[in-house]
Design a protein around this ligand. Structure first.
Ligand SMILES: [Zn+2]
Length: 118
């Protein structure tokens, strides 16, 4: 039997494949760079950068750093799609983990999105 964590990982992989390529969804986009600073209680801040090109999967969900976090994470899809709709090039903000349930150690991110258009 698969445990919940493995099951969630499989679903996430499938979701990524289902997402399709950036070039298909957003033909006007040349590249997307998402820089994130993770902040988690009791842990060092961690900088992570995600680079998307036209042949990357248009999948903008980022995992939470918390070990106990299964269904949470940060969904940047709304942010990215609304930026593209408005043809905006940069956006900054903060997000908390989607799963704010019983587990106390969910991380937050401070993000910085930069999009280049063709
Ligand atoms: Zn979390």
């Amino acid at each position: 039997m698969l445990n919940r964590n493995v099951q969630a990982k499989i679903e996430k992989t499938q979701e990524r494949l289902d997402a399709g390529f950036v070039s298909k969804h957003f033909p006007e986009v040349a590249s997307i760079v998402i820089s994130m600073m993770y902040k988690q209680k009791g842990a060092k801040s961690l900088l992570r950068t995600l680079n998307f090109s036209t042949d990357s999967y248009a999948f903008f969900k980022v995992t939470c750093l918390s070990d106990g976090c299964v269904d949470g994470g940060f969904d940047m899809t709304q942010i990215v799609t609304s930026m593209i709709r408005n043809h905006s090039e940069t956006s900054k903000g903060e997000l908390g983990c989607d799963d704010n349930g019983s587990h106390p150690d969910h991380s937050n991110i401070v993000y910085d999105v930069a999009i280049q258009y063709t």
